[in-house]
Design a protein around this ligand. Sequence first.
Ligand SMILES: [Zn+2]
Length: 159
Amino acid sequence: MTGKTHIIGGIAASLAYAYFSGSDPVILTGAGIIGALLPDICHGGSKIGKQLPIISKIINLIFGHRSFTHSILFLVIIAFLMKTFLPYETVTAGLIVGMVSHYILDMGTRSGIQLFFPIDFRVRFPLTTKTGSMAENVIFSVLALVSFYYGYHALSFYL
Ligand SMILES: [Zn+2]
């Protein structure tokens, strides 16, 4: 999936989570967007990889693409680091929700993700799409609609 789809996926998931949890939608969504981009740090051409080229290169060399940073292990490590160094529940929740949205979207691509890293097994949905395909545009549009729906409801948090 492209960075654009991951961002809208993070927004949709965060706003939906905010709606059901009653958390602050703006903080949650801000963290959710970062979480949605974070896993692709293993890929130098990604939005976050371009921001942090050296870290990205190191992770890519050690783990390769869509392995460690697309796993439950990485999710647990991030949650642990947040709990230890930045214990702010809404931000942590947003990061996790964003990362999970990223994993789910990448499971919809042919190469899937190594969800159970270090176990060498790739998880993907029975139906997959190619990055940048027509199907991805449809997914993007649906996620945009979901974002508008929950974004509209998010207004009530402040009113
Ligand atoms: Zn990815």
